[in-house]
Design a protein around this ligand. Structure first.
Ligand code: CFM
Length: 538
């Protein structure tokens, strides 16, 4: 029998103390579509209840690990005790492809100031200066980024003044991030801090003209498992120039030159919408939301980009590429559907993939029964239309909001107001994002910042065919006899973006949900009787 989402919600809440349950109730929502197109309000981007096991990471992880880390030629130095430096050793499977063997690639390095008790007591700025000088002497990078860990903020080291001094002394760009782990309620604060500094210190600092006709930036694509390579290839075949990706397979110079693009295509809205908005205000570059996860999403995104440029030849090439790719996609879809149709999935991950990957499951005929983000905000769930009603609390006020105005000489609106309206009526949403909930079925469960206990209960109640999360959850899920697909790291797999990636994903999930192996795992809650019944049924 299909589990009832309302009863399930009560099941999850009943273990909590009254006050916690009350607050938590606003983060666990049964999805519905109201007449005006709105969805229920969800509480998001708020502190995790102390004591709960959350999936979240810290602000430092969001800044260093997520947004800046994938850029191969910015040398990153983590200022803090070495124990904090886990994310300075990039564990995120983002790939990069230097143009030649001599081109810089610092991604595999892990640099930390290794603060000791002495620096905690007397200050760590001296050690930071020494570290920057040492790193410069060894690598001669184009730019150095300094990342603050919690103790740096607590003792009050001024990384920004050190950065200014060193910038002058070394003659390269040196900039710091006040991304102490505690700065926000999750890694989301770190994205914002990273976006601000990139925008302030890098974007627009390289004026090399770009003569190409169709120039875009890809925002919020981090090249996990090679996704960006697939997208780069598609764009190239369509004749679309990628000026910069933020920040998968990216370089410092590309960021610096990115204001030459005529369109920002935003893949992960959560982590980078700030850069899109700021570039629009300062340089007049419009942005659209794209999604290269799922074959349909990929085709639609390419078509929207073509519509934006409104050029017959480009449109023709885009259609040709889509056509070339779709045959294999449809063949695989047809094949996997025969085994996967009607199976169920749950996705609890990050701030965008829990939404995007539902498209891939849908293409396989699978149903998403519950989903949620770790650290997204209300607009990622309900759509940007709710932005004016999002309350600014003490935690979000903590993060600087840059006041951006049109650049005196370089502001150039790429499209006039009428053209934008025309695009909008043509189905290309400008500066918009619909969010996850409007695209999920009614009666599905949407849970923000899911706690580990809730996850285990969900597995027990729904017994989904596949659960998507990260490595922290993976083995707990599998012990319950349910396969877990890691959507952060892709479990050593991927790419999953674009058409080729979709085929990869269909095949992998098909294997995961149809193998017999999981039926041999015994979930702790299964009774003898249930086991016997299962044995009889198989
Ligand atoms: Fe954006 Fe990401 Fe994600 Fe994200 Fe992330 Fe990631 Fe993610 Mo892990 S930037 S919000 S902070 S799409 S690292 S590449 S998989 S949680 S859903």
């Amino acid at each position: 029998m299909k589990p009832n989402p309302h009863t399930t919600k009560n099941e999850l809440l009943k273990v909590y103390p009254a006050k916690t349950a009350r607050k938590r109730a606003d983060q666990i929502v049964v999805n519905e579509h109201r007449a005006d197109g709105a969805v229920p309000e969800i509480r998001a981007n708020v502190r995790t209840t102390p004591g709960a096991i959350t999936q979240r990471g810290c602000t430092y992880a969001g800044c260093k690990g997520v947004v800046i880390g994938p850029t191969r030629d910015i040398l990153s130095i983590t200022h803090g005790p070495i124990g904090c430096g886990f994310y300075s050793w990039l564990t995120r499977r983002n790939q990069t492809r230097p143009e030649g063997p001599d081109d810089a690639n610092y991604i595999t390095y892990c640099l930390s100031t290794d603060m000791q008790d002495e620096q905690i007591v007397f200050g760590g700025e001296k050690k930071l200066r020494a570290a920057i000088e040492e790193a410069y002497a060894i690598f001669h990078p184009k730019a150095i980024a300094i990342f603050s860990t919690c103790p740096v903020g607590l003792i009050g080291d001024d990384v920004h003044s050190v950065a200014r001094d060193m910038k002058e002394k070394l003659g390269i760009n040196v900039f710091g991030f006040s991304c102490e782990g505690y700065k926000g309620v999750s890694q989301s604060a770190g994205h914002h801090i990273a976006n601000n500094q990139l925008f302030k210190h890098v974007v627009g600092t390289n004026e090399t003209p770009r003569p190409e006709k169709f120039k875009i930036n890809m925002l919020g694509e981090y090249n996990i498992g090679g996704d960006a390579f697939v997208i780069e290839d598609l764009l190239e075949r369509c004749g679309i120039t990628l000026v910069s990706t933020f920040s998968g397979d990216s370089t410092y110079d590309a960021f610096a030159n990115s204001h030459m693009a005529d369109l920002n295509a935003v893949m992960c809205h959560r982590s980078i919408n700030y850069v899109a908005e700021m570039m629009e205000k300062k340089f007049g570059i419009p942005w659209i939301k794209v999604n290269f996860v799922g074959a349909e999403g990929t085709a639609k995104s390419l078509r929207h980009i073509a519509q934006y440029f409104n050029d017959a030849e480009l449109t023709g090439r885009v259609e040709k590429v889509i056509c070339e790719e779709m045959t294999a996609v449809l063949e695989t879809q047809f094949d996997v559907r025969s085994r996967c149709e009607g199976k169920t999935a749950m996705l609890f991950v990050g701030g965008s993939r829990a939404h995007h990957y539902q498209m891939l499951f849908a293409e396989m005929g699978m149903k998403t029964v519950a989903a949620g983000y770790e650290f997204a905000h209300r607009d990622d769930y309900e759509g940007r239309r709710v932005l004016p009603s999002v309350k600014v609390d003490a935690d979000s006020r903590n993060i600087e909001e840059l006041q951006v105005v049109a650049d005196e000489t370089r502001y150039l609106p790429r499209r006039g107001p009428e053209e934008l309206v025309q695009l909008q009526t043509g189905g290309v949403e400008i500066s918009g994002y619909q969010g996850m909930m409007p695209e999920m079925e009614e009666g599905t469960l949407v849970i923000d910042d899911i706690y580990h206990f809730e996850m285990e209960r969900l597995l027990e109640i729904y017994k989904p065919d596949v659960f998507c999360a990260g490595v922290k959850e993976k083995y707990a899920v599998q012990k319950a006899g349910i396969p877990c697909k890691q959507l952060h790291s892709y479990d050593y797999g991927g790419p999953y973006a674009g058409f080729r990636g979709a085929i990869n994903f269909y095949n992998e999930i098909d294997r995961m949900v149809n193998t017999k192996i999981w039926s041999f795992a015994r979930a702790p809650w299964e009774t003898e009787e249930e086991l016997e019944q299962e044995a009889l049924a198989s």
